[in-house]
Design a protein. Structure first.
Length: 682
């Protein structure tokens, strides 16, 4: 156990290690790769030109297009909400401006800058690079430091974080009226205990059990009790999910964060949008407009710079202007212009200061009027919230956030309710040293293992998976305590209406070898590649892994599902390795279905999911597949059909994979990789 000072020192160091590694990773890649190669990998855009788009979405907007007019952008990882760095020649210069992507089309990227962007952005020969958001790291450090010196109720939470104190067992609160009458028994128990908890409570939500639904009910019950609530999560998507729930039920709430990072349908609930209707904010805009008008007038006057000032103080310039005199070779007219310039500057400063006071009042009023303030963990440290304090913090996706990330919103609250699942993947840590020293172990996991049922409730009814898809993970990772809801326990692809051509399953699927695998009545299938030549490989210069033969079959099976009548929106393909994901995506082009890594698909679900295990080698090495949480995520994304493809001769060297293959042989369908056989009718 660490004391508060030791705790702060340790985590400040771990955050700095992670910050240095992320910055070094970007800089290494920028140095190592040509701009053309970085563009090919989707992390840069070259030969761009900028066009002024005025103000909007929280700042000055610049639209970037390819220099060659009408040329579309290449495939890129840049997406709305990303931080990008813009450069002219040297992308590693310290003074290159950074901004947030507000819009991304096939032909342009629109970026918002906090201040007035430098003039070179409106020319040609520009480069845009994905970059680091350093603000988040600084906020984590500040939160760690703040917690170390906390007092009052925050000190009690601090002692629970450091392990200096034990939490009181949660007492079930009386719930006079359920806002969501459809909650099941385990969800209601979790809500009662979360509301009744004194300082901390954990809602452990396995896949498909409705942890966000439960967290939202906790929020609403606290609002009914008159508590102020801060609701946060690691990602913008998770915050927007909570916001959508609350907005649909008419709960007064406001979303804090850059509007460009918020789902378009919810932008009307952002602080930036709501505050626009406040009289003080309208006055703020009027005053700023007046100030900019003065700035335009100032531009026509002589600036009291070095060659005109010639050592004269502001007071001396004003005095000479009043006397109508020149000095040091500067004419009386120049002196009067400089004095006028100084007068306009003073007035502009007054207008900007008064405008800022009106803006702060408007923001404070909007935040005070909201029962719930929602934001990401990082943005909870924004200056916009000032010294705001909340009775309760409800933190969703708690197992997707590092401990210092969780502390950012925690230092604002007197009580913490976390929702998550430490049996799924933890946050990604770039620094190996920081991970080995504990940065990858979440606060949720630490509390759950340390205090167990005293402060934790497991949600036990899942609403996603067929029973046979659920049972392996339910038994292996959740102690056999999960039960499928009646409406999903036996649902299969056969219950879905087929799209496209009518006809029987056999008539729709021309590839006869796929029919046993795609059988709509069979929810779980393992396709073994052990009997064929399907070895993994690593491309030159890559640390990832791919498997060509396996990728070809997975693409073939995915196309078969579409032929069988599924809509592309109902199907996903996932793989543990980025190179395998890319190879499968290329093999499926131009099919419009989702292909992602396992890590990238956490929190998602589809009616049918194909999983490519990828690893196949004589040494039975399975790499990070050995992280059982990755397997748990992969096996729990499918609602009605799960197809796992892999070399069981390799992966069953791990006992959990061996258990899964044995489970499929007993309760699902195990088959060898089939030859392609197309019927005459096909």
């Amino acid at each position: 156990m660490l004391n508060a000072s030791e705790y702060a020192h340790r985590f400040e160091r771990l955050v700095e290690l992670e910050r240095e590694e992320e910055m070094a990773r970007h800089e290494r890649e920028i140095r190592r790769l040509s701009g053309r190669e970085r563009e090919r990998r989707g992390r840069a855009l070259l030969r761009m030109r900028g066009r002024d788009r005025g103000e909007g979405l929280g700042g000055q907007m610049v639209k970037f297009l390819k220099e060659e007019r009408g040329r579309p952008l290449p495939e890129t990882e840049l997406s709305v909400g990303d931080l990008v760095m813009v450069s002219k020649q040297d992308p590693l210069r310290d003074d290159n401006p950074t901004g947030t992507v507000a819009r991304h089309t096939n032909y342009s990227v629109t970026v918002v800058f906090d201040g007035r962007p430098p003039g070179f952005l409106f020319g040609d020969g520009l480069r845009l690079d994905l970059y680091v958001n350093d603000i988040t790291f600084q906020r984590m450090k500040e939160a760690v430091s703040t917690l170390a010196s906390a007092d009052g109720r925050r000190r009690e939470i601090r002692d629970l974080v450091t392990g200096a104190a034990e939490p009181e067992p949660a007492a079930a609160a009386e719930i006079p009226e359920w806002r969501n009458e459809e909650l099941d028994g385990s969800q209601r128990r979790a809500v009662r205990r979360a509301v009744g908890a004194d300082r901390v409570h954990l809602i452990h939500g396995p896949p498909g059990t409705g942890k966000t639904t439960t967290a939202v009910e906790v929020i609403r019950q606290h609002v009914d009790r008159g508590d102020s609530v801060l609701a946060t999560a690691a990602s913008n998507v998770a915050v927007d999910n909570m916001l959508e729930f609350l907005a649909r039920e008419g709960v007064p709430c406001v979303r804090v964060g850059h509007p460009a990072r918020v789902t378009p349908l919810l932008r009307g609930l952002t602080l930036d949008r709501v505050v626009e209707d406040h009289p003080d904010f309208q006055r703020y805009e009027e005053l700023r407009e007046q100030a900019f008008e003065l700035k335009d007038r100032q531009d026509d006057l002589t600036h009291p710079s070095g060659r005109h000032r010639r050592g004269m103080s502001d007071d001396r310039i004003r005095s000479l202007a009043e006397e109508g005199r020149g000095a040091r070779g500067v004419s009386p007219e120049r002196i009067r212009e400089m004095a006028r310039w100084l007068t306009l500057r003073e007035r502009m400063d007054e207008l900007f200061e008064e405008a800022e006071r009106h803006r702060e009042r408007a923001v404070d009023d909007v935040l005070d009027a909201a029962d719930v303030v929602l934001t990401t963990n990082s943005t909870a440290g924004s200056e916009v919230l000032g010294d705001a304090r909340f009775d309760v913090l409800v933190l969703d996706e708690a197992t997707q956030a590092t401990e210092p990330s969780c502390l950012i919103p925690m230092v604002r609250a007197d009580k913490v309710v976390m929702a998550g699942d430490h049996r799924q993947l933890p946050p990604t840590i770039l620094s190996r040293e920081a991970e080995e020293e504990g940065l990858g172990r979440t606060l949720f996991e630490k509390w759950a293992e340390r205090h167990g049922d005293r402060i934790t409730d497991l949600l036990t009814v899942q609403y996603r998976m067929h029973r046979r898809i659920m049972d392996f993970s339910g038994d292996r990772f959740y102690g056999g305590r999960l039960e499928p809801a009646d409406e999903v326990a036996a649902h299969t692809l056969a219950d879905l209406p087929a799209t496209g051509d009518e006809g029987s399953f056999e008539e729709r699927v021309a590839d006869e070898g796929l029919r046993p695998i795609l059988d709509p009545e069979e929810p779980v299938v393992f396709v073994s590649t052990a009997a064929v030549e399907a070895e993994e490989r690593s491309r030159e210069g890559s640390t990832s892994t791919e498997n060509v033969r396996e990728a070809e079959f997975v693409a073939r099976a995915a196309r078969g599902l579409l032929e069988a009548g599924l809509d592309p929106e109902q199907v996903a393909v996932i793989a543990p390795y980025a190179d395998q994901e890319k190879r499968i995506r290329r093999a499926l082009d131009p099919e419009a279905l989702e292909v992602k890594t396992v890590d990238g698909f956490q929190g998602r679900e589809k009616e049918a999911v194909l999983v490519s295990l990828t690893r196949s080698n004589r040494d039975n090495e399975i790499g990070f597949l050995a992280d059982r949480r990755r397997l748990n995520v992969a096996l729990t994304r499918a609602r009605r059909k799960l197809i796992v493809v892999g070399d069981d001769a390799t992966v069953t060297a791990d006992p959990v994979f061996r258990g899964f293959v044995e489970y499929v042989q007993e309760r699902g369908r195990y088959t060898l990789l089939p030859e392609r056989r197309v019927t005459a009718s096909g």
